[in-house]
Design a protein around this ligand. Sequence first.
Ligand code: BGC
Length: 372
Amino acid sequence: MRAVVVRPPVPGVAVEEVPAPVLGPGAIRVAVRECGVCGTDHDVADGKYGRAPEGDAYLILGHENLGEVIEVAPEASGFRAGDLVVATVRRGCGICRFCLSGRSDFCETGRFTERGISGAHGYMADEYVEIPPYLVRVDSALTPVAVLLEPLSVVEKAIAQGQAVLDRKEPTPGHSRSAAPRALVAGTGAIGMLAAFALRARGYDVVAVDRHGEDTPAAVLLRRIGAQHTNVSEGLGAVRDSAFDLVIEATGSVALDLHLAEMLGPNGVLVLTGIPDPAATPISVAAGPLFREVVLGNRAIVGSVNANRADFESGLEDLARFESRWPGACASIISARRPLEEVASVLAEHVGGAMKTVLTVRRGSTQGRSGR
Ligand code: BGC
């Protein structure tokens, strides 16, 4: 079968013929329809991150996925040929209490694998094989947006983490809040945009920031869902009100992360989702005032990575909610669909203002190739 192959830590990516996976007992064979390309894929293709499975010379890239069940082993249940599915990414260490209870996103040993990233083959290939606990069935009505479910699962977890910290304050019976909660989203790539959608759907007033003007597809889309867009290319001072309840960071920029902490209102929470480059230039920061405000204002800074099955399931509910509230809007987070063979040029291009590029592997009946 065709597969997008990388050999970290050697940089480079190629479409190669590799053996199709064997259908083991209890497993499901899935024909991949689409794979999203994200920052992690760039890092793995650049040789900065990730590793091949034990004993293999290469890794099949890709973790944002949508596929169609084509074969079900006799012992497997719950799926049948034709079902649309999205596979989760992380496979637990099998040792710690979180992995043993289906929450490998909180793995304590670090001995997990992640399909398409570290130690397990991914989904940029004609086919993959998986067992049912790691497959999430998708309603065909969601076909145009279902490839966004994996990045949305990361957002679902991040918001849930932030909300759990916000909820530590407990309710104030008889004294309800007088205005909608306020969220700041940093970054308008797919993660930032999906966060803006999910927070609007939860009743937040949302300000999303990036370094672009008002005419990008992201800025237009933000207005459509009732979120405000602000260009912060001259600094975060452009965001006038800096008293946010929840800040979701989706850029991976360390310098920005520290300034985002200054945007928190009393009791506010900053959730970091972008993965910074460990080789990023060191910066100096006035830590005294920063951490003084964290303490005196009960503020919190939380990291959030990956997602578990519950986050994929809440993501499915959100995708349906987005469609009914803003028909067709979520699909326009996908800036372009390109054939699998073009993966190297997709990874080499940096299209300013693009939110998500998706590789088309096998064309389904309801998919089309969109323009760029
Ligand atoms: C993926 C996560 C993964 C993380 C770190 C992200 O791009 O969406 O599933 O845990 O990278 O490897």
